[in-house]
Design a protein around this ligand. Structure first.
Ligand code: F6P
Length: 550
């Protein structure tokens, strides 16, 4: 095991501390010299990434790149891309990038080329997706499938639902995907409402095939399917094989559940759940957008992977954005980071990123088990603009916390609506451009006064400005562009994790809650002895539940 380098002991860290102490962010002055946008705008694939309204200066950028050097970041990048077991606490390789390698490429794990395995599963997956799309795949009563219900949680849900929502314009007519994740019975109850069992295909997606939520919901959906078919006078024998398929790394467990192994699509322990949307976990998306759409999606990831692997450090967008986030967290004291897509299609993107970033980098020990030496893992959050503008932007503009924000927008809309003479997309983009401008340049007291505002209201109407943002634009939200965006954030997350010396690919912090939920079963069911054994708070809560449950 390579010992993590303590970033805080490097010369670059000390230099960054000094640069932060001396830093006087003044975007008005910084932009007086018009070179800034040119110097701090980069391209990566189809993405145009403007970091000029960030805290980057030439000196900070140089010191951040020195930091990358001093923590051997590029060596760690190579270790990941070449399949070394950098997920130390689970003793696994980390090869989500192998999921999008092209046929004929080679990535070896234990001297075996995993790209061949990836391509083999994709071939089966596309063949199956095509059968569903064309109507060749029929249910037990001979009808083609219309609704795809994905049952999964975490990485087996957030990626598929986010990508399906994002790529709605590319979804084949007549196909609808629905998603069940929460063990709250409401989720399964509401999602199945109105569905015709004869035309419903269920995908049970679970890397481990042991997840309580997914298996419970899958059993509920199976019962619903069988009883609904029966109620319609349809045969039920053999119905599960026709209406259920699975995606998992545990194919033996899939079979034990009753799903035909021929209808199971595998992936591998070197793909983390939150990095798996471009594996067979994306089956619902592959059915929705077809082979061409899914291949385009993979090509987008690949474009960003190549950029991350090959672009010079000074222009390497994931590297720069990851390092900049380290600067915000460890030097500027930011505890959160907003991601604000100006695209309603990306409304689940912030939720997807929450698992990607926070399950990866919410860690307090390093990969060798020693305590971290600095803050890690900021809170990622967000909502699409312009909705967020009318909700929480107030705090970003005038609150007391520093909240770096990534703004994402696309030049071309799906709907070319006019509002009188105005183009609605232009009204929308005016907000996108306007917000980062307002955050950067603010409004001074004198400017407020010049508008004739009464003196006692001036301070309330001042915008301090100097709030850091990144603006990311692309021509349009296509499968490829979505793949590029996801891979961008995957690599940003990796960069931050390496600087902090943590294993960004395990998730031990989710285990205790799962164990406690299980251990509380008999108490929740009313076992007096089990209730008496609880702490007073938990006991009180369970008693309240038992007294109020009708
Ligand atoms: O509990 C966390 C977690 O393990 C995530 O990392 C994962 O994406 C999710 O649960 C679902 O796991 P699975 O795909 O094995 O059902």
């Amino acid at each position: 095991m390579t010992t993590p380098i303590d970033a805080t002991k490097t010369a670059a860290w000390a230099r960054l501390g000094q640069l932060h102490d001396e830093l006087e962010v003044d975007f008005r002055a910084w932009f007086a010299n018009d070179e800034r946008a040119k110097n701090f705008t980069f391209t990566a694939g189809d993405l145009y990434v403007d970091l000029s309204k960030s805290f980057l200066t030439d000196d900070i950028k140089a010191a951040l790149l020195e930091l990358a050097d001093q923590v051997n970041l590029l060596e760690r990048r190579e270790a990941m891309l070449s399949g070394q077991r950098i997920n130390v606490t689970e003793n696994r390789a980390v090869l989500h990038t192998a999921l999008r390698r092209e046929k004929g490429e080679e990535v070896l794990v234990d001297r075996h080329n995993v790209v061949d395995d990836v391509r083999e599963v994709l071939t089966r997956l596309y063949a199956f997706a095509e059968k569903v799309r064309s109507g060749e795949w029929t249910g037990i009563t001979g009808k083609p499938m219309k609704t795809i219900v994905n049952v999964g949680i975490g990485g087996s849900d957030l990626g598929p639902v986010m990508a399906y929502e994002a790529l709605k314009p590319f979804v084949a007519e007549g196909i609808e995907c629905r998603f069940i994740s929460n063990i709250d019975p409401t989720d399964v109850g509401e999602t199945l409402k109105g569905l015709d069992p004869e035309t419903t295909l269920v995908i049970v997606a679970s890397k481990t095939f042991t997840t309580l939520e997914t298996l419970t919901n899958a059993r509920q959906v199976r019962s619903w399917l069988l009883s609904a078919l029966e109620a319609q006078g349809a045969p039920t024998d053999g119905a599960v094989a026709k209406h259920f398929v699975a995606v998992s790394t545990a194919l033996d467990k899939v079979e034990a559940f009753g799903i035909d192994p021929d209808n199971a699509f595998g992936f591998w322990d070197w793909v983390g759940g939150r990095y798996s949307v471009d594996s067979a976990v994306g089956l619902s998306l592959a059915i929705a957008v077809g082979k061409d759409g899914f291949e385009d999606f993979l090509a987008g990831f690949r474009t960003m992977d190549r950029h991350f692997a090959q672009a010079p450090a000074e222009e390497n967008v994931p590297l720069l954005m990851g390092l900049l986030n380290v600067f915000y967290v460890n030097f500027a004291g930011a505890a959160t980071h907003a991601v604000l897509p100006y695209s309603q299609y990306l409304h689940r993107f912030p939720a997807y990123l929450q698992q990607l970033t926070m399950e990866s980098n919410g860690k307090r020990v390093r990969w060798d088990g020693t305590p971290v030496t600095s803050a890690t893992g900021e809170v990622f959050w967000g909502e699409p603009g312009t909705n967020g503008q009318h909700a929480f932007y107030q705090l970003i503009h005038q609150g007391t916390q520093l909240i770096p924000a990534d703004f994402i927008a696309f030049a071309n809309p799906t709907y070319a609506f006019k509002d009188g003479e105005s183009d609605q997309h232009e009204l929308f983009l005016g907000n996108f451009f306007g917000q980062t401008k307002a955050l950067a340049f603010g409004k001074t007291a004198d400017e407020v006064r010049a508008e004739g505002v009464a003196e006692e209201l001036v301070s309330a109407k001042v915008f301090p400005g100097n709030k850091p943002t990144a603006s990311i634009m692309a021509p349009a939200l296509t499968p490829s562009v979505l793949g590029q965006l996801i891979a961008l954030y995957e690599h940003i997350t990796f960069v931050q994790g390496i600087v902090w010396g943590i294993d960004s690919f395990d998730q031990w912090g989710v285990e205790l809650g799962k164990a406690m939920a299980k251990a509380l079963t008999s108490a929740v069911e009313g076992d007096r002895e089990a209730i008496a054994a609880q702490d007073s708070s938990t006991r009180g809560l369970i008693e309240y539940y038992l007294a109020n449950r009708k």
